[in-house]
Design a protein around this ligand. Structure first.
Ligand SMILES: NC(=O)c1ccc[n+]([C@@H]2O[C@H](COP(=O)([O-])OP(=O)(O)OC[C@H]3O[C@@H](n4cnc5c(N)ncnc54)[C@H](O)[C@@H]3O)[C@@H](O)[C@H]2O)c1
Length: 266
């Protein structure tokens, strides 16, 4: 069976993971390579990135690693140049890097606010800014941005900068989609809910449940109508559809991957 991304070159940022298991970027890079894409897997940290590259190699996929801080414009420009040098162009750009910090306006200091906007929003702007010219040179492409249900609802923790940045990612995607539709570039967003990714063990349990992983997982699970927790592979499968030609008539919108969490109001 032909792969759903055969012939495509995809750049996936944040393709490592903060721990062992299926983070969103790692899962996306692996699933995209499995479906035939040649993947530039990007991270600022070499170790988790090489684990992702190993997984792709084990399945016989094609990928190259690239180290880049996606909040640095010159580095993002060089990342796109690296994809072109390695694989001849860019068809798909997944802007996945992001991460939350706890706190409302009175707890989060100004430096923390600015760092969150850089990490979660400026990174997406830079990915679009530098990928779009390469896509225009190919006659089109697909951008998939990774937001969060925190950008749509209060999801149990005050993280005002993260929520604001993720809401902005959804709107950035819509504006960019309309502007670049005439160039054959589609721009969509995946909105993951509260997943069980390695982030839970690596950071969230310490921030929100006194280090008690099981307590945090129970809190998160209680909010999910489907009654189980998704992981990075669920985000990856939504991104796969949006990146593929199956979504040729889909742009400026989002797929919410949250087990029904944001559909309920209690
Ligand atoms: N995990 C969840 O439950 C969840 C839920 C909703 C949304 N999301 C979103 O999904 C995305 C990925 O989250 P995750 O939990 O799978 O990721 P993760 O934190 O496990 O991995 C992200 C990777 O990004 C890399 N990274 C961090 N900053 C970077 C930078 N400046 N430049 C390049 N690489 C950088 C890290 O080294 C890491 O390997 C984020 O945008 C996050 O906000 C996650």
């Amino acid at each position: 069976m032909a792969g759903r991304l055969d012939g495509k070159v995809a750049v996936v940022t944040g393709a490592g993971s903060v721990g062992n298991g299926w983070g969103n970027g790692r899962a996306t890079a692996v699933v995209f390579a499995r479906e035939g894409a040649r993947v530039l897997a990007v991270d600022r940290a070499p170790e988790p990135l090489s684990a992702t590259l190993d997984l792709i190699a084990e399945e016989g996929g094609t990928a190259q690693g690239h180290i880049c801080d996606v909040t640095d414009s010159a580095a993002v420009e060089a990342m796109i140049a690296a994809a072109i040098a390695a694989f001849g162009g860019v068809d798909v750009m997944v802007n996945n890097v992001g991460g939350s910090r706890h706190g409302g306006p009175t707890e989060l200091d100004e430096a923390g606010w600015r760092a969150q906007i850089e990490l979660n929003l400026t990174s997406v702007y830079l990915g679009c800014r530098h990928a779009i010219p390469a896509m225009r040179a190919r006659g089109g492409g697909a951008i998939v941005n990774i937001a969060s249900t925190s950008g749509q609802r209060f999801t149990g923790s005050p993280q005002v900068a993260y929520a604001s940045a993720k809401a902005a990612v959804i709107q950035l995607s819509k504006v960019t989609a309309v502007e670049h539709a005439p160039h054959g570039i589609r721009v969509n967003t995946v909105v993951p809910g509260q997943l069980h990714t390695p982030l839970v063990e690596a950071r969230l349990a310490g921030q929100r449940a006194g280090g008690d992983v099981d307590a945090l997982l129970a809190q998160r699970l209680a909010r999910i109508p489907l009654g189980f927790m998704g992981d990075g592979r669920d985000t990856a499968h939504a991104a796969l559809f949006l990146a593929s030609d199956e979504a040729r008539f889909v742009t400026g919108t989002e797929i919410v991957v949250d087990g029904g969490m944001t559909a309920r109001c209690d």
